[in-house]
Design a binder for this molecule. Sequence first.
Ligand SMILES: [Zn+2]
Length: 427
Amino acid sequence: MGSAFGWYGPLIDLSTTSSRIGDFVQLLVFVHRSFPVQCKSWKRGRDLTRTDIEVGDDTMPFFVVSLWQKQMGSMVSAGDVVLLQNLKIAKYGNAVEARTVQWSSLLCLVHPYQSLLSKAVEELVTGCRVGTTTKDKLRRVIKWVQQSRSTICNIKLQSNQTQKIEHLPRNWTVLEEEKPRDCFSLMEVSQLTTSCKAIVCASIGEIVPLHTSRTLGDTKKEKVFISRRVCRTEDNELVDDLLCTGCQLCGSPLDSKFEQNAVPLICWKTSSRLHSICSIYRPFLLYVWDESDYMPILVKNRAAEILFGNIKAGKVYSAYKEQMNNQNLGPRNDKDAIGRLAIDPRLSGEGLPSTSTLEVGKSLQLQEKHLPDKLNYYRVWLILLKMLLKQGKNGPLKLEIIVDPSLDIENGKFELVSATMPCFGTK
Ligand SMILES: [Zn+2]
C-alpha cells in the first residue's frame, strides 16, 4: 500500500538529505522517539499540534522529521520502522530536517519493536509488500537496528506501551540522585551501616583542624581546639591552621609543610582529573552534638565555605595578608595615602576633581569619611567563626552528611555536605 498520490522523488539515505534541500523524497527509517509539539499557525493564529519524530537509518543515526498531519502523528510509535513518502527536505538555520506536506503519507513496515529484535531480517522483509529497492533499504535499516540496538534503544515509549516493553537492553546505568535519609538523632546516624546521605539536626561544639604540625602533641596546650583560640585578639597561627593551598574541588591540601599523608595525584571531583589549586579551607573535624550523641564530622573546603557564609578561603587569605602588611607598615601618612590611591581602583576612578597632589589628598580625605573601608573578609570570617563556636548559645543546624561506614573518622566516615538553618514550621 503506497501513497495515494504516487511517489514524488527518490528513496534516499538520510546521509544525503543535506544535498536535497527543497526536494521531495521518500525516507525509510527507524523511529527513536516521537513527541508532540504545540505551536501557533502563523496564518490563522490557531494552536496546532505537530509531531516531531527522531529517526535514524544505516547512514545517519539521528534526524528529525516533523509530521504536520494529526492522524499521522498518532500512527507512529517509538521502535517502528516506517516508510515516509513525499516529504520535503528543508533547512532551518544550520539544521536540515524533513517535513510532511498535504500529500505525504506514512507506512509502518515493522511494528512492534520486539519483533524487530526477535525476528530474522528476511522474515521481516518478506512480509512487507513493497518494491525491491524499498525492501533492500528495509533490510539495511533492520540490520543496523539489530546490530546497534544497545546504543539506539533508549526509546521513550508511549505510556500504553511501557508495560509491554520493560526490559529493553541497556548499556548504561542510570545514576539517580540519592534522597537523604531524615534521621532523628546523631545516635541514629552513628548506627547507620550502609553508605548513604543523612540529614540530622545538631549543634556545633568544636572545630579541630586536621594534619597540622600543631595538632600533634599540642593537645595539652589546647591549641587543637579552635573555640579557645578565636576569642584571643592576636592568633596569627589561626589562618595557617585553618587555611592552606589546595584543590578547591576535592578539598585536598597540597602544601607539603604540614602534610603527613601523600597528596592524591588525581582529582576525583572532575572529569579532567586535575586539581584546581588555590587557597582553600584545610580539612577539619567539626564536633557536633545533640541530646543523644557527640560526633566528629569531616569538613572539606566546599562544605566549609557553606559553613562560613559562602566566603571563599581566597578572600579570607588575601584580606588577612593585606591586614598583616598594613600593620607592618605602621601608621599611614600622606605619602601612603597617595600610594594607596594609585593601587586602589575604587579610589582612583571618577569623583576626583583634580590631579594635583594637594587636591588628591583632600578628596581622599573626603572619600574616606563617606565610604566604608574595603570589606575585610578576614574580620568577617573571624566573627562568623566566633559566632559558630559560641558553645551552647546557638540553636542546632540542619546538617546534610555523607555516611560511609567503611572509612575511619579522619577520612570521612561522616562528611559534611551542607549546613542550613532549620526552619521549624507551624505545620
Ligand atoms: Zn582535587
